[in-house]
Write a protein that binds this ligand. Structure first.
Ligand code: PEP
Ligand code: MG
Length: 921
């Protein structure tokens, strides 16, 4: 590999992110902006990709590194490995997308016996030099040689205990010398070859370790969760060390240009005086708020504020910064676009539009579906809390917003196990990158140590889960699996509630509520509405969900599953009567009762929807779903029969008889493939009384509500149609009933008649179907099931996850629409359906209607609307706007290209003509 693999910072800029990683590109950009960045260079992601592929460093890489080191030495006026004034380095990873704490860093690289003596001399501070050395040995051994940091911490803490010392900074030089020797001895026994003394060897090994860390377990887990491609690779940044721990005029910190939790415009961050890099985020010492730097070092603070302003204006986004102060001089170590919570993302985007920094379209682009998801996160129901009199048992730092309720588990592995089946709160001293899998499986995280920039806080915000950190009063006993807070004992498995917006902790299960759309959120939503062309509807089966959907901005109901009205407790016995009776009169009586309750439900829904379209789907599931489970009945009957002797003459004998009768009925209705059995439109064909009942209830409700002066807009939808004749059969039954009712009421009430497209045959014969159906609604849950031949009830639990893990499928097709297969059927149905019926309304009501990627596809397909669960309505509004902006952007880019192409072609033609003319003459 002979390509250029190493770039000095002053050769780089922000556009080189893919090649140099985000950190490297931004260090280059900051250097170009003239900001105080310690010099250094970046090794490209190409080199990492080569390493991942071949398992060795690219040939010639270290020659390029040596050449860059020569330039670095010149800039610094120091030499690497020098025994009087040594140049020390930091070696950090930095991928094109930020992966906080997932990969490794080595600081103070370049120390050995000789250079340590040199550092003592050049710093005139033996204690500092020894401290830098012990940190280096520990980091290098951990990251490069694979000896756990915990082993070194144990030796370090042993010394502190022996000397009865609390703070690291109180350790005298003599103790640090002992620690150094202990550390080196540990490395020798663990590796058998000792710590490398050659500084060039140290550098090479560290670079290789960063490349290797791209594929460590935690990085892989993180990438999978965040959808980051595995072949992106990381760059390596090698930078001259500056020291924040040379005394009281030194320090180090992290800051955001706006509050990453709330979005408030103002510097936000923490720093520690006389400390080195990792001390701030490690949560070992409690850092100071950045505002106090103003009094401690006013000039440095003023310069820092200026740098922050420059960077925010330059990048036009909130920045996450790392800095070090060495002997009163400010150095910027990193600038990157800051990760933020959902509320912060919305506030920052909206306020930056107000400040003229970005456009509305950019604001829409800056907010992601998961940001909105967080904004819609539950919070504690304040009214219920007040009424209950429950008070917090303690509090920590509000590190990631929203409230979470769950059972307590004290380590990541246990939390990950339990997280599959129950809500979990991970409670621990602090978290490390090794705990990420447990955090992912948890509803929330509570830690004893750490601030808002601790690992737990940063990762929880990234995942959008609530976090309370720094709850110092929480006394953890990890052996006994208990904790106590505010005098209350918490055992493993106990319920707690944490409020990541206030930091409060409750030792009980509290009720949570979801916030409404207002303020900045509402503003952003209104901008989205102006951009999108897709309508957004909701899947709602009752007035409560319908009202929530309208509050979130739904423009109609795209799917009202009427069977859900059947499942309500007081109705189930009526439904069962209707199914089980063999007497026609009794069946009609049961249907009559159902009609009354359905009519009431429809009235309420029409009222709430106030003229917006309401798509009501006639009964869909197989009837046995309303009856007790077959397996359960067999078990009960068997048990009762075994006890038959004892039961004789008791009331339980009657129970047995009833159960046997029910078992017989259920048995008679059993199907080998119920999902492909008597359900959907087939039920309507087989039981016309059911259709008549539902249509009567819909039309009577509509007439009643309209009579009260409220507009109604019903759309009746037939599920699971596969053949046009099914639809025609139901249509004639349905229209006769509707006509009868409307005629009797002497009222005109337009309604639409349409179908779901959820069986491949329906999509393939869309032209025929559109002759009868006035609208199509894609039921992509069933359409996916039937197209793949995967049982939607079984596949996810059995093999789909493995398919995704092994790359057989890119994603779960029940979550993200399979565009190549299911999408192709949709495309065909839309184009042939619209060719047969101009302006045929087409929508989607499967789960994919709330998935941003699928919404993008639906936009490009030219659907009229997407319908999703009420809580996803704001996300769908955002995704629909983003899809429209993307499509317009792509169109504009294509237009520009075509125009350029045409001009070039014209140019070529003219030149050719001129040439021809010339030849002619
Ligand atoms: C579908 O199949 O996509 C659909 C919306 O219907 P259900 O999930 O009720 O089968
Ligand atoms: Mg369906």
């Amino acid at each position: 590999m002979s390509a250029k693999l190493v770039y000095m910072f002053d050769e780089a800029d922000a556009s080189m992110r893919k090649l140099l990683g985000g950190k490297g590109a931004n260090l280059g950009e900051m250097t170009r902006l003239g900001l105080p960045v310690p010099p250094g260079f970046t090794i490209t992601t190409d080199a990492c990709r080569y390493y991942s592929k071949h398992g060795e460093m690219p040939a010639g890489l270290m020659d390029q590194v040596r050449a860059a080191m020569t330039k670095l030495e010149q800039k610094m006026g120091k030499r690497f490995g020098d025994s009087s004034n040594p140049l020390l380095l930091s070696v950090r990873s930095g991928a094109a997308v930020s992966m906080p704490g997932m990969m490794d860093t080595v600081l103070n690289l370049g120390l050995n016996r000789e250079t340590l003596a040199g550092l003592v001399k050049s710093s005139s501070d033996e204690r500092f030099a020894l401290d830098a050395n012990r940190r280096f040995i520990m980091m290098f051994a951990d990251v490069v040689m694979g000896i756990s940091k915990k082993r070194f911490d144990a030796l370090f803490n042993e010394q502190k205990r022996a000397l009865r010392i609390k703070l690291d900074t109180e350790l005298p030089a003599a103790a640090l010398k002992t620690i150094k020797n202990d550390f080196l001895a540990l490395v020798l026994t663990e590796t058998g070859e000792g710590f490398p003394g050659d500084v060039w060897r140290q550098l090479e090994m560290s670079i290789e370790a960063v490349f290797a860390s791209w594929n460590n377990d935690r990085a892989i887990v993180y990438r999978k969760n965040e959808g980051i491609p595995d072949d992106m690779g990381t760059a390596v940044n090698v930078q001259a060390m500056v020291f924040g721990n040379l005394g009281d005029d030194c320090g180090t910190g992290v800051a955001f240009t706006r509050d990453p939790a709330t979005g408030e415009n103002g510097l936000y961050g923490e720093y520690l005086m006389n400390a080195q890099g990792e001390d701030v985020v490690a949560g070992v010492r409690t850092p100071q708020p950045i505002s106090s730097l103003k009094t401690v070092m006013p000039a440095v603070y003023a310069e820092f504020v200026k740098v922050c302003d420059t960077l925010e204006a330059h990048y036009r986004d909130m920045q996450d910064l790392e800095f070090t102060i060495e002997r009163g001089k400010l150095y910027m170590l990193q600038a990157r676009t800051g990760k933020r919570t959902g509320p912060a993302a919305v506030r920052i985007a909206v306020e930056m539009v107000g400040e003229g920094l970005i456009t509305r379209q950019e604001a829409i682009d800056r907010v992601s579906a998961s940001h909105l998801d967080q904004l819609l996160h539950p919070r504690i129901d304040a009214k219920k809390l007040e009424a209950s009199g429950v008070t917090p048992i303690g509090s920590g730092i509000a590190a990631s917003p929203g409230a979470a309720v769950g059972r307590v588990y004290f380590d990541a592995d246990t939390a990950a196990n339990h997280g599959e089946t129950e809500p979990v709160i991970l409670v621990s001293d602090e978290t490390t990158p090794d705990d990420v899998h447990g955090m992912l499986a948890s509803k929330g995280v509570l830690t004893v140590h750490g601030g808002k920039t601790s690992h737990a806080a940063v990762v929880a915000r990234g995942f959008g889960i609530p976090c309370v950190s720094g709850c110092e009063a929480l006394d953890l006993d990890e052996e006994a699996l208990t904790a106590s807070l505010g005098g209350q004992l918490i055992n493993e498995g106990d319920w707690i509630t944490i409020n990541g917006s206030t930091g409060e902790v409750y030792n009980t299960k509290l009720d949570l509520v979801v916030p409404e759309v207002s303020g900045n959120f509402e503003q952003l939503m209104s901008w989205c509405d102006a951009e999108r062309s897709l309508s957004i509807r909701a899947n709602a089966d009752n007035p409560r969900d319908a009202a929530q959907a309208v509050a979130f901005g739904a423009e109609g109901i795209g799917l009202c599953r009427t069977e859900h009205m059947f499942f309500e407790r007081d109705r189930l016995p009526i439904v069962q009567d209707m199914i089980l009776t063999e007497d026609e009169q009794q069946r009609q009586a049961a249907l009559q009762k159902l009609e009354v309750v359905q009519q009431t439900d429809f009235e309420s829904i029409f009222r709430v929807m106030d003229g917006r379209p309401v798509t009501i789907r006639l009964l869909d599931p197989p009837l046995h779903e309303f009856l007790p489970s077959y397996d359960e009945l067999v078990r009960e009957v068997t048990e009762l029969r075994l006890a038959a002797n004892v039961l004789k003459g008791t009331a339980l004998q009657g129970v047995l008889d009833d159960k046997v009768a029910m078992l017989k009925a259920v048995e008679a209705m059993r199907e080998a493939n119920p999902m492909m059995g008597l359900r959907g439109v087939r039920l309507s064909v087989m039981l016309p009384g059911l259709v008549a009942m539902q249509v009567r209830a819909i039309m009577r409700a509509a007439i009643l509500v309209k009579g009260k002066g409220i507009a109604v807009n019903p759309e009746i939808m037939i599920p699971l149609v596969g053949h046009i004749n099914e639809l025609k059969t139901v249509q004639s039954q349905l229209e006769a009933v509707a006509k009868e009712i409307l005629d009797a009421a002497h009222i005109e009430l337009p309604y639409k008649f349409g179908t779901m497209i959820e069986i491949p045959r329906a999509a393939l014969t869309a032209a025929e179907i559109a002759g009868t159906a006035e609208f199509f609604s894609f039921g992509t849950n069933d359409l996916t099931q039937m197209t793949f031949g995967y049982s939607r009830d079984d596949a996810e639990g059995r093999f789909l996850q493995t398919y995704v893990d092994r790359g057989v499928l890119e994603s779960n097709p029940f979550e993200t629409l399979d565009q190549a297969g299911v999408g192709r059927l949709m495309e065909l149905a839309v184009s042939e359906g619209r060719a047969a019926r101009a302006g045929l309304k087409c929508g989607i009501c499967g789960e994919h209607g709330g998935d941003p990627k699928s919404i993008d596809f639906c936009h490009n397909l030219g659907l009229d609307y997407v319908s999703c669960s009420p809580y996803r309505v704001p996300i769908a509004r955002l995704a629909a706007a983003q899809a429209a902006l993307r499509a317009n952007g792509a169109k504009a880019a294509k237009g520009a290209k075509t125009a350029k192409g045409a001009k070039a072609a014209k140019g070529a033609k003219t030149a050719k003509a001129a040439k021809a003319a010339k030849t002619d003459s």
